[in-house]
Design a protein around this ligand. Sequence first.
Ligand code: GDP
Length: 598
Amino acid sequence: MSENGQKNKMIEIPPIITVRELSQIIKASPIEIIKILMANGVMANINQQIDFDTAAVVAAELGFEVCIETQAPEKEEDLGEIPLWRRMIANENPADLVNRPPVVTILGHVDHGKTTLLDAIRHTNVAAGEVGGITQHIGAYQVEHNNRIITFLDTPGHAAFTAMRARGAQGADIVILVVAADDGVMPQTKEAAAHAKAAHVPIIVAMNKIDKPNANQDRVRQQLAEIGLVPDDWDGDTIVVPISAKLNKGMEDLLEAINLVADNLDIRANPKGKVIGTVIEAEIDRAKGVLATLLVQNGSLEVGDVVVAGNTCGKIKAMFDYTGKRVRKAGPSFPVSVMGLNGIPQAGDLFQVVESEKDARIMIDEQNQAKAQIEASQKSVMSLEQLFDRFQAGDVRELRLVVKADVQGSLEPVVSSLQDLGKGDIAINILHAETGAVSESDVMLAAASKAIVIGFNVQADSTARRLADSEGVSIRLYDIIYRLIEDIEKALKGMLEPEEKEVILGHAEVRAVFRISKIGNIAGCYVTDGEIHRNAKMRVIRNGEVIHEGWIHSLKHLQEDVREIRHGFECGIAIKGFDGFEVGDKLECFSIEKVAVL
Ligand code: GDP
């Protein structure tokens, strides 16, 4: 009961809460909360975390009674990590969705037995009807276990997986992490685990080489637990299957484990829906021309379909499955090698079916334009200075880091100080921390995970630097720990408090409206002041009222595409998602600039 005898309102709060979050829950100003805290001897700022008891005192003063939150709210999904095909499936009518085979990829340290395992699975369990059939290497194959099909991506090593993630494709539903029982968890095991975790893909551990006399399963279980993969027989939730790929032992158990994990995932697609998927690999064949392996992820791909795959396109002339057999149709989770593309797409590129070859060319043009725009506007997308931009765009909700240091003795303090920094509103997620120079694989991990590489008392080797340049990954090297911490702190503040400033670039008046079939209405305009920029946003104003706001789709001057057009000139303007122009409408062109409050 509060002092005035009224019953206090009950609220639920988590065990630890920031001042800002508490102010939002009890709808009080953060300043008010800070004042109460100060009166109680606690000096706090808005991002300060306070414990439950302290929060209870503050809440009581404001007339609330608190209880501990029964369940922590689920972290919002990071949209940047959800590939387009998954988002598309989410938009399908649930009634049309049917189960599809899980897609599995095998990762692990070199020589731990990935290739041997892929061969063992392939030879013991080729899908029904294909036993003894000649299998072709197309980068993926399928096996059957208990009447259920499983699709394996058979390019071992995480280069392919990383390439896919870097392009936002994320082909696999499940990762098999191979760990040799005689060698244990090694650097690439850790990296692979970091990749899978960052992509939210469940991991099954295949503990291989158990036939070896020096195999030590308990030691490996201990090491797995140390990297956060607590084995199920230790009450954790990572399934560990002991196997010998060489002696073909444990294969059935492994396939069973895959089906078990798949049962707990939502692995569905609409075979009649829009066709979309991922390029697994592609090459030029002397006889057949470009051969590309496509993994269908939604819809059904058919011979005769026109496909856009990355930067390439074409009408599918023929399709083959992994046994080399001609097929006419491939549904979700089915890999097929296709003939007919006009170029070699890259592994990890997205493919889609479009209406006609003309549509395909338009789509590729648009993709190229969009890419050029992005490249022009943010050359180094991973730079610390620009991270808050992407945070603001909802792209990242945590600062992801790959940390390298010279010795264990300096790695530990760096990691723990960084973790302390991440206790505010934006989490710090250390994907990988290891001693040694910054290497190519660190940069790959960072590129795929939209992370920054931090080096303490180490250098980056030349291949790492080159890759960082081409992928736009930021490598920050430090030799003084407080500078490192200061920089990251600044970045976090920037991410937390960017201010948006609108800059009006110019105005135009609609003087005519042209109807262009397929594209819709184009506004024939006269620029009345300032400039109109192709990469900017536009407001459509009618009778003093804003009736639409959106990105400019195209800007033309005398049929030519132009980047900008100045006061006194005429132009044709199309706006994304709007074509209801009327003569007399005013168009206001503006851009949004973000200013960090550091
Ligand atoms: P990858 O680099 O991970 O693809 O490893 P490989 O599949 O090439 O295997 C590396 C070596 O380990 C080869 O000599 C394999 O014959 C051997 N190997 C793989 N699996 C087993 C196993 O279960 N038992 C034993 N004793 N050797 C294995």
